[in-house]
Write a protein that binds this ligand. Structure first.
Ligand code: 1HE
Length: 260
């Protein structure tokens, strides 16, 4: 695909071959999330440009995302608050399950809703400036964009509770030890590694990627018996796919597979 770029106010999208680089673009607000920002993420992940096989999500101005925009936050009646939170859930689900592998290149703040976005992505790379934090207790609010499930699944409820109660910050290396990030890299190295990993992921068989993204988190929520049954269904379907034919043939012919 030819180089192209699509600009919007709060996110920018740059296309490099079959990889889209989505940059959260409110640097003067440390990329804090307002309504326009949620809508822009929704717009991109609901209808990504055709031909895209992987996405890199990153921030501008030295930060990934400082969470909910506290200046634009409105007081809402409980029912309106529920719908607001459910809309964030829908958009985070769109990031996690929209069909494209998403790689986060993170630096600076990965705070509150920023950590909720990060944990909806599939590969997370942290530079030394990263600060993971859930400071909702100090702001008099609670997480509402999926952290109880996504961060809770990574840290466990016990460690997440301690993190929230004390407002502690975790850095890149701690983040890797805990699972909030998968890679800890030097300053300026997150985007280059994200490009390298995006290339690898985009070159996998599409149906295998689909199963990794869609089946794994669902199976982990199932009973052992249901999970193993579902795994067998997924394995059988993948083994009869065009991807399996090409992947196995390429291995035997000692050449890289070509799936697309
Ligand atoms: C903001 C926000 C924001 C920065 N909403 N405006 N999130 C937080 O509680 C994080 C709050 N922010 C911070 O802790 C710090 O700003 C940072 C660690 C992210 C960055 O610090 P620093 O020293 O680099 O910058 P700064 O001077 O604090 O911020 C620069 C500007 O960004 C400043 O505005 P200015 O008009 O004074 O220039 C800040 O007010 C603004 N800014 N973060 C609004 N978050 C669905 S539930 C999810 C719930 C949550 O996400 S709670 C966590 C919210």
């Amino acid at each position: 695909m030819a180089d192209a770029s699509q600009k919007s106010e709060v996110i920018t999208v740059d296309i490099e071959d079959d990889i889209a680089i989505v940059t959260l673009n409110r640097p003067d607000k440390r990329n804090a999330i307002n309504e326009a920002f949620v809508d822009a993420l929704d717009g991109f992940f609901s209808a990504p440009p055709e031909g895209i096989n992987a996405v890199i999500l990153t921030g501008s101005g030295g930060h990934y995302c400082a969470g909910l925009d506290l200046a634009e936050h409105e007081e809402r009646a409980p029912i309106a608050g529920v719908y607001h939170s459910r809309n964030w859930h829908r958009v985070m689900d769109q990031i996690e399950f929209g069909g494209l592998p998403v790689i986060s290149a993170m630096f600076g703040a990965v705070i509150g809703g920023g950590l909720e976005i990060a944990t909806a992505t599939h590969v997370r790379i942290a530079e030394p400036s990263v600060q993971f934090q859930l400071p909702e207790g100090r702001r008099g609010i609670f997480v509402g964009g999926g952290a109880t499930v996504r961060v809770g699944n990574i840290l466990g409820a016990d460690r997440m509770r301690e993190m929230m109660l004390t407002g502690r910050k975790y850095g890149a290396d701690e983040g890797v030890a805990l699972g909030l990030a998968h890679y800890s890299v030097g300053e300026g190295d997150a985007l280059p590694l994200a490009r390298k990993l995006a290339r690898k992921v985009a070159d996998n068989a599409p149906f295998s990627n689909y199963l990794m993204i869609q089946a794994l988190p669902r199976i982990s929520n199932m009973s052992q018996a249901d999970g193993l049954f579902t795994e067998s269904m997924a394995a059988a379907m993948s083994q009869t796919s065009d991807g399996a034919k090409e992947g196995l043939r390429a291995f035997l012919e000692k050449r890289p597979p070509k799936f697309r």
